[in-house]
Ligand binder design. Structure first.
Ligand code: NDP
Length: 482
């Protein structure tokens, strides 16, 4: 049986207790993970503290070399990582193999090479002084990540933290710890100095909370639900910790009548149901301009019905299992709520029939489309984070911008039109952190990434991420006496 252990000071060690690991695809237990106590977390923070002095002084070129070796190490075992991720999460193996794991490799490569090309800032103040800015690594970074893209989102935090010269304690989701364990093995193999990256497993409310509250951890990067983010902020703010919160979303996909409808259709289906709708950037509200509404929605529903739901290890599968029975039941409850609010289920709305013997007890739910709900209905206001999309017609640009902006969230949007002026206007008017025009999920790692409103604060990605893990210090040197 698989045993997931903590990775502290370069060694795999047991936590205080153990928790079962459940496969979403089959519903069966396939291993155990460490259920870390406060003392386990404190040991990890102590190890990171000890490692900080040397790592923060290690030349950028050497830090870069080690991070590139980590990227190579993951890439050389891509299939093993992808299988672990598919088993942990229930997502299609194909998706893990082609998107999640390769993108994690890219994250390490991006930050490993970014630190070789950083520029400093210096300013002459008339003839009186030279001002320059030092950016010095903060110390131990606390990195807390969710279950939907476990390795990708973990690497998005680990890579910039280590590249910037911080050491780290990571707490992955208790539901999906296995790729983090494989990452620890790679770090061991490529010679990352002991204590630079430590990984503690276990429950968020215990291990995660201990990490957040530890005064020796000055920077916290968290990706997860809005409510958890709020609780973390309440603990961290009085200690004035550096805080990056990447939280929930309720993202609109907006299709104007002049869009390339074939392309819009394919991408809207992917944006709705990729990873079973469990990506913070998935579009869960589909707004379609009235003249094309009936035709487009009919095609959208037809295409959704064609998605192959089933065993994540089957190469034909496009939609796998949801993360847990509790999460599947939550999606089911939102379908009931949609019906109670006057909504019409156009497809899905239930668990699939005819699953293979191996996966018949897994946590599956059919991709679901509902119609006839207004933008203020709870299904259109609250994050479901599953394969449930609500379609709504709109009359004009002004109306759709107002409807798109009327949730407490503001993470991303995808807008489809061939009118360039309108595309720019709408992008400017939408209240969110990222707007895709005629595309979705295209990434450039140099751009700052994050949300507005209850989707979070702070930005990750690019230089912003490297700066997040640093203290900024200005030095003003008088040149008059020199
Ligand atoms: P949670 O907020 O439940 O958990 C996220 C992480 O925080 C997990 O590791 C969890 O541990 C831990 N945690 C839970 N409670 C605490 C606490 N009190 N103190 C410290 N850590 C804690 O989110 P989910 O894992 O359910 O992830 C889904 C959410 O993540 C969705 O809302 C989604 O929108 C959001 N998300 C946002 C993204 C963005 O970039 N904006 C990207 C991806 C997801 P454990 O699981 O062990 O309880």
């Amino acid at each position: 049986m698989l045993q997931v252990r903590n990775f502290i000071e370069g060694r795999f060690v047991d936590g205080a207790e153990r928790l079962p690991l459940i496969s979403p695809a089959t519903g069966a237990s396939y291993g155990e993970l460490a259920d870390s106590s406060k003392a386990d977390v404190e040991a990890a923070v102590s190890a990171a503290e000890r490692a900080f002095a040397a790592w923060s002084q290690t030349a950028a070129e050497q830090r870069s070399r080690v991070l590139l070796a980590i990227a190579d190490g993951i890439e050389s075992e891509l299939e093993r990582f992808a299988e672990a991720e598919a088993i942990d999460t229930g997502k299609p193996l194909n998706l893990a193999r082609t998107v999640d794991i390769p993108r994690a490799v890219k994250n390490f490569r991006f930050f490993a090479t970014a630190i070789l090309h950083q520029q400093g800032e210096a300013h002459f103040t008339d003839r009186a002084a030279l001002n320059y800015t030092l950016r010095q690594p903060l110390g131990v970074a606390g990195l807390i990540s969710p279950w939907n893209l476990p390795l990708y989102l973990l690497s998005w935090k680990v890579a910039p933290a280590l590249a910037a010269g911080c050491t780290a304690v990571a707490k992955p989701s208790e539901l999906t710890p296995v790729t983090a364990q494989l990452l620890g093995e790679v770090c061991q193999r490529v010679g990352l100095p002991d204590g630079v990256l430590n990984i503690v497993h276990g429950r968020g409310a215990l291990a995660g909370a201990a990490l957040v509250a530890d005064p020796r951890v000055p920077a916290l990067s968290f990706t997860g639900g809005t409510q958890t983010g709020r609780e973390i902020a309440e603990v961290a703010a009085p200690m004035f910790k550096h805080l990056a919160l990447e939280l929930g979303g309720k993202n609109p996909t907006i299709i104007f009548a002049d869009a390339d409808l074939d392309q819009a259709l394919e991408t809207a289906v992917r944006a709705s149901f990729a990873n079973q709708g469990q990506i913070c950037l998935c579009g869960s509200r589909l707004f379609v301009e009235r003249p094309i509404y009936d035709r487009f929605v009919a095609r959208f529903v037809e295409r959704t019905r064609e998605l192959v739901v089933g065993d994540p290890l089957d190469s034909a599968t496009e939609v796998g299992a949801l993360i847990s029975a509790a999460h599947r039941d939550k999606v089911q409850r939102y379908v009931m709520l949609a019906k109670d609010s006057g909504g019409r289920v156009l497809c899905g709305g239930m668990t699939p029939r005819g699953l293979s013997e191996r996966v018949k007890n897994g946590f599956y739910f059919l991709p679901t489309v509902v119609a006839d709900l207004d933008e203020f209905s709870p299904v259109n206001q609250e994050e479901v984070f599953g394969p449930l999309v609500s379609v709504m017609p709109f009359a004009d640009e002004e109306q759709v911008v107002a409807a798109a902006n009327c949730t407490p969230y503001g993470l991303s949007a995808s807008v489809w039109t061939q009118n360039l002026a309108r595309a720019h206007r709408v992008a400017g008017a939408l209240a969110c952190g990222t707007v895709w025009i005629n595309c979705w999920l295209l990434r450039d790692l140099r751009v700052p990434f994050g949300g507005t409103k209850q989707s979070g604060v702070g930005r990750e990605g690019g230089l912003e991420a490297l700066r997040f893990f640093c203290e900024t210090k200005n030095v003003c040197l008088s040149t008059e006496q020199a």
